[in-house]
Design a protein around this ligand. Structure first.
Ligand code: ATP
Ligand code: MG
Length: 509
């Protein structure tokens, strides 16, 4: 026998199995309920988008875009690379049409690739295969075919697309595409689902992970909007029992005051460059704000002495930040100011915030958020103000599990223990009735011995076994056995429903 390959989930991805999946569903449902109570509505977005959407919004210089995206070339419908020399002519016609109609990239580089194939093809069909002839460019027919096939291989037959590393960019794209600026009031959206980043997998850091996010888009940047978003976030965390958290806030200024601060920071960083590690040294040029984010022990003392953004905010940003703090106080939300809190993405302005949770080691950020007033415009929409956050579900749920604060989620209510084929029709019928009444019911599909039935009911964690034997069928009753204490009652159908319903009220209130 040949050895059979054991397939495993790809490193950085994982399966979420029951009963954890129940916890996940509850976590997500609580988010829906909470967000909807603040009048947010769900937006469901595609999992892949054009790569350039992320490059433009998240920023080409960020780690996310420059190193971590899963990017691939799509294939327009009906197009494929030529397999035989006889296919090349047809291939050229098709890709020309596809480029003209926008089905495949029509940028200069793709046009040049198509042009090259076409030139090689024309040369190939017109020359007489004379080895080394002038027309053949000194190439043998075999070399020409090789070159043609290589150039055809370089033609991009579809858009450059990426699995989403985050969902704010897609939300903005959708907002613009559907003209949502015309909707009344602020547009308040939430989303949830998987994100993809090619990072080094470790506890709390995966290549496929899940986020729940919310965004408010509109014409106002009133601090009340920021504060309400933060309130909603903290209310959600409280509802799911994620209470050992710290909320950090900061303002990173806007396009009027931040550039000068960034320059000042760069100048100051240049002076201490030699004492910094390679990453921070590089960031002095690419993104000095990110140096503040450094976790390297040796750099902490140096960073502590750097100029702080709060001392360099323009009046409008200062007032906006003070307003945010007033609004948070009004709502009784505890926070800590953290002048070193800068977000990893380029699009943020003014308010930034992060929530960290205890018990997660170094991957302890469970939510990141902030204001991104220029983003919609950057993506070609109307000038729009925006604020939002993204919660990391994986880490949040890990933290809930680690705190032991896991809620008791409803499990199997009733195991139908039928005995003898003559009782089977009754069992099928009552299982349906109980399920319709909202109970979780297990009905064995095969006849089993009584002992085996009760044993299975126990191992499945059922709260009740509903025993149906010939006696019960004859008298039109059921024996309901509570497995925790073996308490047993004989009931008719309506009493059975009433008993189970009352008990449920008691345990799930
Ligand atoms: P970190 O500093 O931990 O890498 P980040 O700044 O990259 O986080 P954001 O892009 O702001 O994170 O995403 C918001 C949240 O999503 C994070 O606070 C975190 O909880 C979660 N998150 C981000 N990347 C991952 C990942 N690879 N695996 C699991 N959760 C993640
Ligand atoms: Mg990250």
């Amino acid at each position: 026998m040949s050895e059979r390959k054991q397939f495993r989930a790809i490193k950085g991805t994982r399966d979420i199995l029951p009963p954890d999946s129940g916890l996940w569903n509850w976590f997500e449902k609580t988010a829906r309920d909470t967000f909807e109570s603040y009048n947010f509505r769900e937006i469901r977005l595609p999992i892949f988008e054009e790569t350039s959407l992320f490059a433009r919004s998240v920023g080409g210089e960020t780690d996310i875009v420059s190193k971590e995206m899963y990017t691939f070339e799509d294939r327009a419908f009906g197009l494929e690379k030529p397999k035989r020399i006889g296919d090349v002519g047809d291939f050229i016609t098709k890709v020309r049409e596809a480029a003209n109609s926008g089905q495949i990239p029509n940028d200069p580089s793709n046009r040049a690739e198509i042009e090259t194939v076409e030139q090689l093809w024309r040369r190939f069909v017109s020359n007489d295969f004379e080895l080394g002839s002038e027309e053949a460019g000194g190439l043998s027919p075999a070399d020409q075919i090789h070159l043609m096939s290589r150039s055809a291989g370089d033609v991009r037959l579809g858009a450059d697309i990426s699995l989403r590393p985050e969902a704010t960019a897609s939300t903005m794209r959708a907002y613009i595409e559907h003209g949502m600026h015309a909707l009344p009031g602020n547009v308040k959206l939430y989303y949830m689902g998987p994100m993809f980043r090619r990072e080094r997998p470790q506890k709390g850091r995966y290549r496929q992970f899940y986020q729940i996010g919310a965004e408010v888009l509109g014409q106002s940047d009133a601090p009340a909007i920021d504060a309400e978003v933060i309130e909603m976030l903290m209310v959600f965390f409280q509802r799911v029992g994620l209470t050992r958290t710290t909320l950090y806030i900061n303002s990173i200024g806007d396009k009027n005051c931040r550039p000068a601060y960034v320059e000042l920071l760069r100048t100051e960083l240049q002076k201490v460059k030699e004492q910094l590690g390679a990453d921070s040294q590089r960031r002095i040029d690419t993104n000095p704000l990110r140096v503040l984010d450094s976790k390297i022990p040796n750099e902490q003392e140096i960073i502590a002495k750097l100029p702080r953004i709060a001392d360099h905010l323009c009046d409008a940003c200062k007032e906006n930040y003070a307003g945010l703090k007033r609004e948070l106080a009004l709502r009784g939300i505890a926070y800590e100011e953290n002048w070193r809190l800068v977000r990893g993405l380029d699009y943020y302005t003014r308010t930034t915030f992060e929530v960290i949770a205890e018990g997660l080691g170094s991957q302890n950020a469970v939510c990141g958020g902030g204001r991104y007033d220029g983003l919609v415009e950057l993506l070609g929409g109307q000038p729009t103000k925006g604020i939002g956050f993204a919660i990391g579900s994986d880490r949040s749920i890990l933290s809930i599990q680690e705190s032991g604060n896991v809620p008791a989620l409803p499990g199997l209510d009733v195991f139908v223990a039928w005995m003898g084929m003559d009782t089977y029709p009754t069992a099928v019928k009552i299982a349906r009735t109980l399920r319709e009444a909202g109970f979780d019911v297990e009905l064995p599909g095969e006849e089993m011995k009584f002992k085996k039935l009760l044993n299975l009911a126990d191992r499945l964690g059922a709260r009740y076994a509903l025993i149906i034997g010939s006696d019960e069928v004859a008298s039109g009753t059921f024996t309901l056995k509570r497995l925790a204490d073996a308490d047993q009652k004989k009931l008719n159908e309506s009493d059975l429903l009433e008993t189970l319903t009352n008990e449920r009220r008691g345990t799930r209130a």
